[in-house]
Ligand binder design. Structure first.
Ligand code: NAG
Ligand code: NAG
Ligand code: NAG
Ligand code: NAG
Ligand code: NAG
Ligand code: CU
Length: 303
């Protein structure tokens, strides 16, 4: 397959940036969708059909006033597929490897939209938070729990009472390790929290009618919020010892629904048949292993 040589060529050029993870897969109401694979998808021909915005940006957004706070930079191509979920069902984001140093909260947000996604201005969308994990009583951060306990997978539940329709779902990890200052060896990097987000295209079904109030990105976070600064190495040196989440509170459904779990099915990443899919998964496996090795190196030097 053409993309395998592209992957190898790409690896050399972007090795540096790949300490940061990306979402290579999304399980939505038990249907497994390919994410936007930064190593493979830009070179697929015909172009990949994905529920994620393309672009393959793995670096952080650090300017909270930037329009890129909504759905990252490089939002091209726009999603050409849409994930089908029932209100009240689960969505799991499968990350490649993440860095232990990059501690901070993990969230998921939803914003309704109408019309063609190609015409959606993500900065006009009103996002409400549907799930959040920060730091537990033992001082263990969400990203560490995700890595150590749930195999780099993070799960949110679609509110059961939500109005059916089309939504952009925004999933974000905030890394706070430089939020108070850089550490020796990393002085060249800017001080402040780092935001790593990806947006996905969803169709929600159900009988709900809730339209929770949302906030726009940029604008959802303020520079002076306590959650923008936290010493993830030693909470006792933070002004606020307990972490205060960023942005508005999580929207809680007014009721829950009993849903029968669907059979697990997998959406083809290539649309080109079993052989093409097998090549794709093989290339993805190789790349994930290489990314894992890069992350292990950064972990070993505390980066
Ligand atoms: C942050 O983004 C805003 C909006 O695009 C821009 O006006 C401002 O110059 C940016 N700040 C920095 C430091 O780049
Ligand atoms: C998570 O796993 C890493 C690597 O095995 C280990 O160093 C760390 O102590 C673990 N942390 C927790 C809270 O389990
Ligand atoms: C964890 O994720 C990896 C990479 O996708 C996968 O190969 C492995 O089967 C997963 N392990 C479990 C226990 O789910
Ligand atoms: C955290 O900082 C406090 C105050 O500076 C210090 O007393 C304590 O030893 C530090 N703890 C660790 C684990 O570094
Ligand atoms: C959502 O996840 C919970 C917890 O794992 C599980 O009990 C439930 O059956 C899942 N819901 C669906 C619709 O699959
Ligand atoms: Cu980083």
């Amino acid at each position: 397959m053409k993309f395998i040589s592209s992957v190898v060529a790409l690896l050399a050029s972007v090795r540096q940036a790949l300490g940061h993870g990306y979402i290579y897969r999304v399980t939505a109401d038990n249907t497994i969708y390919p994410g936007w694979d930064v190593a493979i998808d830009p070179w697929l021909s015909p172009p990949a059909s994905r529920i994620a915005y393309g672009g393959g940006i793995v670096g952080p957004i650090i300017n909270i006033s930037s329009p890129n706070m909504a759905c990252n930079m490089g939002r091209s191509p726009v999603p050409s597929a849409i994930a089908q979920v029932r209100a009240g069902s689960n969505i799991s984001f499968h990350w490649s490897h993440w860095l232990y140093s990059h501690k901070g909260p993990i969230t998921a947000w939803m914003a309704p939209y109408s019309g063609d996604i190609a015409n959606v201005n993500v900065n006009e969308l009103e996002f409400f938070k549907i799930a959040e994990d920060t730091v537990d009583a033992a001082g263990v951060w969400a990203n560490v729990r995700m890595m150590n306990r749930t195999n780099n997978t993070w799960t949110a539940t679609i509110p059961a009472d939500i109005k059916p329709g089309k939504y952009i779902i925004r999933h974000e990890i905030v890394a706070l390790h430089f939020s108070l200052g850089t550490v020796p060896g990393w002085e060249m990097l800017p001080v402040g929290p780092q935001f790593y987000m990806t947006c996905f295209n969803f169709q929600v079904t159900g009988g709900g009618d809730a339209s929770p109030e949302g906030v726009k990105f940029p604008g959802a976070y303020r520079a002076d919020e306590p959650g923008m600064r936290f010493d993830v190495r030693n909470a006792s040196t933070s002004v606020d010892k307990r972490y205060t989440p960023l942005g508005p509170a999580v929207y809680k459904s007014r009721y829950s629904v009993e849903l029968t779990p669907k059979e697990v099915t997998m959406v083809s990443p290539t649309g080109g048949g079993a052989e093409a899919d097998a090549s794709y998964y093989q290339a993805q496996k190789v790349f994930l292993e290489q990314q894992g090795a890069i992350v292990a190196y950064f972990d070993s030097i505390g980066g």
